[in-house]
Write a protein that binds this ligand. Structure first.
Ligand code: PMP
Length: 344
């Protein structure tokens, strides 16, 4: 059967080529035009499908992976889900060490995709033997025929976005974009896209989104790793308590920090204004866009692309749950959703 009839050999052929969707209402009154790169349209519902496929296929090309070998990774959930999905199709086992901060739905999803999951405490230092980095390293050394994806220190993470997401955005905007706004976790997304875009046009401004409680912004500005910047926060997948080598600081112009509460409310606002049901870091990226607009970063005629990394279904027990929002103390503002249910 022909592929152009929307028929595919496997789900892996649907990775990438995600849509760019204009933001109309949430950006009302902003200067410029705003477009979201909606990565929830990947089959694993996040941008991490791209790196999972790219890193595994690169290992296959180098002859490192044999049938029935094991893929091991530390992950806040999305990378794990994508690795599990690619492993199923390609016939590998998948072992994942995840943070206890990950939502219960995410952990159940990993299990459903056939992965073996180890849940590790979130608030320990990276070099603690219980941290998900150390647990993954140990499992890798104990498991014969295994590869450790190590997304925070793997340049192929940047490469995946350099080869796919960057060129897609360039083509979709016909080379007209002026700004890119994207979250920084491992840094792979923003670094890979930026590297490609700045090669096409060095004037494109690239702005990273970071969390309060993360060291990334301060490190970018001062070169200093400041432990005082580190404290617990709620957003999963944004910012870090270490400096990842998969973040290329040279291709990022500046960072903006956003709060847990603002990001959660803005995520809810995106569904209510644009009909896009997206995840917590998409709310963070949109919140950064709002702050940048207030700081008059944008001008009339600018074309701004913001990356929305994943789908809202992964946060049903968190930002889309009023009880969770209340427990975090986030409902001091008017809740967008809770007033919409009537029980008869
Ligand atoms: N959003 C979510 C939901 C994520 O899981 C991640 C990855 N940790 C990011 C954003 C950040 O992307 P990157 O790792 O490419 O910087």
């Amino acid at each position: 059967m022909k592929e152009n009839n929307n028929v595919y050999n496997s789900v892996l052929q649907l990775i990438g080529s995600t849509p760019l969707i204009k933001l109309n209402k949430i950006t009302e009154g902003f200067k410029g035009d705003f477009y979201a790169k909606v990565e929830a349209f990947n089959p694993g519902h996040s941008s991490k499908d791209r790196i999972a496929l790219h890193i595994i296929e690169e290992a296959e090309r180098q002859g490192i992976l044999k049938p029935n070998d094991t893929i091991i990774e530390t992950t806040s959930g999305n990378t794990g889900f994508s690795l599990a999905m690619v492993s199923i199709i390609k016939g590998y086992k998948c072992i994942l060490a995840v943070s206890s901060k990950s939502s219960p739905d995410k952990i159940d999803m990993l299990k459903s995709m056939g992965a073996k999951v180890y849940v590790c405490p979130a608030h320990v230092k990276a070099d603690d033997p219980r941290s998900y980095y150390e647990v993954a390293k140990r499992l890798h050394s104990e498991t014969k025929g295994s590869i450790y994806i190590n997304q925070y220190f793997n340049k192929l993470n940047i490469d995946a976005h350099y080869k796919t997401t960057g060129p897609e955005i360039w083509k979709q905007t016909e080379g007209q974009l002026t700004h890119l706004v994207a979250c920084g976790g491992t840094g792979g997304t923003i670094s890979g896209i930026s590297k490609y875009l700045k090669e096409q046009n060095p004037d494109i401004k690239v702005i990273g989104v970071d969390a309060y409680g993360s060291v990334i912004k301060k490190f970018h500005e001062t070169g200093e790793f400041d432990e005082k910047e580190i404290y617990p926060y709620r957003i999963e997948g944004l910012g870090k308590n270490l400096i990842p080598s998969s973040m290329d600081f040279d291709v990022i112009d500046k960072f903006v920090k956003v709060t847990d509460s603002d990001s959660a409310h803005t995520a809810r606002e995106i569904s209510q204004t644009e009909g896009l049901f997206i995840g917590y870091t998409s709310g963070a990226a949109m919140q950064a866009l709002k702050q940048l607009n207030e700081e008059e970063e944008f001008n009339e005629g600018d074309k701004v692309v913001v990356v929305f990394p994943d789908h809202g279904s992964r946060y049903m027990s968190k930002i889309y749950n009023d009880k969770w929002m209340e427990d975090q103390g986030f409902l001091d503002k008017d809740p967008v959703i809770s007033s919409n249910i009537e029980y008869i």
